[in-house]
Design a protein around this ligand. Structure first.
Ligand code: GDP
Ligand code: GDP
Length: 454
């Protein structure tokens, strides 16, 4: 941090550089059409209209980084799945259940012009049982005359209803103030909690073998939680001992419940995946090796990278592979994973247990690199040599120079390079590649940002 002082950076710059570590999670819950998406859009300041009059439009993004009064948090939009098969009541209950699992506080939205419905009351019961902080939003209070509608919602027994018009922005400031009071400063399951067992998420699209692998590794290795003093337990996580070392397998309830078999499958799956990744320090993305890789596989991998978590890719169902398929697959993998050649791969079979023991060393290796810190001196010596041997191409007769670099965080490693001019994307990639080659960053995303100092 002393180096940063030299560069004349203030606290905000620093926050900015460190990025989101483990932001508390606020989940927006409520019946279809009460205005959840409108509210989410307003909070994150999104302009484009993703709101549709028709309920049940599946959106693929579910979590956003938001900020209010200088506090950052993760906002989870649980609206947007199909209700046709399950029926509204069951589907909203399901949504609330997931939101409760993954949130640190819940923003419960009710349509004040309709008043409390039986479904709303059902959700209230679930929320009460979960004992998470709840802030009640009485939405569609577009003007002073409809404030009376909001007071009716006292009857839900969740405390003060906050009258809001998500559409026009009325009352959203007060609502967010209340939400910030309810939201703990740290998430209950964030990566910031470095002590205790490591947290790993098993993710991947439906049917790749997550629950098979979980059962295989769990076997008789499940740890009775009381054995481990001082750990707070989230009921959706399981503690599993592997070679004498306990690991938290996060959100295994999501795997065991086989959420993908219900309607709105993709949406639940993606919500669960997101939640699991955010809780974990390292993610194992399972891929079915016996069939070609799909866009959905790539998307899960991308989710891990975007979340900045350590990564291991496991090619499962290896028992189904014959010699031909294996040869073919090697070529295929090269192509599919060209963007993330840094991710370690393990070929295994959850069914037979073949190579399952290779998983732990891969996880440990990725985690070690995820936490790697390169001393500023070494980093600049490396860059000095690199730049001398391979200078940045001339731009308009000028040569942008790298002045200084520092690693501002670990978990994952983030670097800031200070340069005398714009550094081209190609050159950045070159620097990243060399950085990865020189220091071992296998299994971790790394982030390099460039600041131009005149
Ligand atoms: P969701 O299904 O809960 O995500 O609800 P949406 O955000 O999609 O909103 C459903 C409908 O209610 C849309 O037509 C919105 O324009 C409308 N709506 C949302 N908030 C308000 C509000 O504060 N006032 C009024 N009058 N309409 C709103
Ligand atoms: P999940 O949806 O990702 O949890 O996948 P499951 O664990 O439920 O597995 C989906 C299907 O693939 C089941 O029929 C499993 O028996 C099968 N399966 C899982 N792992 C393997 C494996 O390593 N080899 C073979 N041959 N089948 C597997």
């Amino acid at each position: 941090e002393d180096d940063l002082a030299l560069l004349d950076l203030d606290e905000d710059d620093l926050d900015d550089l460190h990025g989101p570590a483990a932001l508390p999670v606020l989940a927006v819950v409520g019946r279809p059409n009460v205005g959840k998406s409108t509210l989410v859009n307003r909070i994150i300041g999104r302009r484009e209209a993703v709101v549709e009059d028709k309920p049940g439009v599946t959106r693929d993004r579910v979590s956003y980084q938001a900020e209010w009064s200088g506090r950052q948090f993760t906002l989870v939009d649980t609206g947007g799945w199909e209700t046709d098969v399950m029926g509204i009541d069951a589907s909203v209950a399901k949504q609330a259940e997931i939101a409760i699992d993954l949130a640190d506080a819940v923003l419960f939205v009710v349509d004040a012009t309709v008043g409390p419905t039986a479904t709303d009351e059902h959700v209230v019961r679930l929320l009460r049982r979960a004992k998470k902080p709840v802030v009640l939003c009485a939405n569609k209070v577009d003007g002073p005359r409809s404030e009376a509608d909001a007071t009716e919602l006292w009857s839900l027994g969740l405390g003060e209803p906050h009258p809001v018009s998500a559409l026009h922005g009325r009352g959203t400031g007060d609502l967010l103030d209340a939400a910030m009071k309810a939201l703990p400063t740290e998430t209950a399951h964030g990566v910031a909690r470095a002590d205790g067992p490591r947290r790993v998420a098993l993710v991947g699209r439906p049917n790749v073998g997550k629950s098979s692998l979980l059962n295989k590794v769990a076997g008789s290795n499940r740890v009775v939680v009381d054995e481990l003093a001082g750990t707070t337990r989230d009921p959706v996580d399981e503690l599993i001992e592997l070679k004498g070392v306990p690991w938290w397998f996060v959100d295994t309830a999501g795997i065991r419940r086989r959420v993908h078999q219900t309607s709105g499958a993709d949406f639940y799956a993606s919500l669960r995946t997101q939640a699991a990744i955010e809780k974990a320090e390292v993610a194992v993305v399972l891929v079915d090796a016996s069939v070609p890789m799909t866009e959905q596989d790539t998307r899960v991998i991308q989710q891990v990278v975007d979340a900045g978590r350590a990564l291991v890719i496991a090619y499962n169902k290896w028992d189904l592979m014959d010699e031909d398929r294996r040869k073919y697959l090697e070529r295929e993998i090269e192509k599919d994973l060209v963007q993330i050649q840094w991710a370690p791969r393990v070929n295994l079979s959850a069914k037979t247990g073949w190579h399952a023991e290779k998983l732990v060393p891969a996880l440990e290796h990725s985690l070690e690199n995820w936490e790697r810190r390169i001393p500023t001196g070494r980093l600049n010596a490396f860059l000095g040599e690199l730049v001398a041997a391979h200078p940045h191409p001339l731009r308009g007769g000028k040569q942008p120079r790298i002045l200084f670099a520092t690693q501002v965080s670990t978990r994952p490693p983030r670097f800031v390079i200070f340069a005398s001019g714009f550094i081209e994307a190609g050159y950045r990639r070159f620097v990243e590649r060399r950085l990865r080659e020189t220091f071992d960053f296998e299994g971790t995303p790394i982030e390099i940002s460039v600041r131009v100092r005149e």
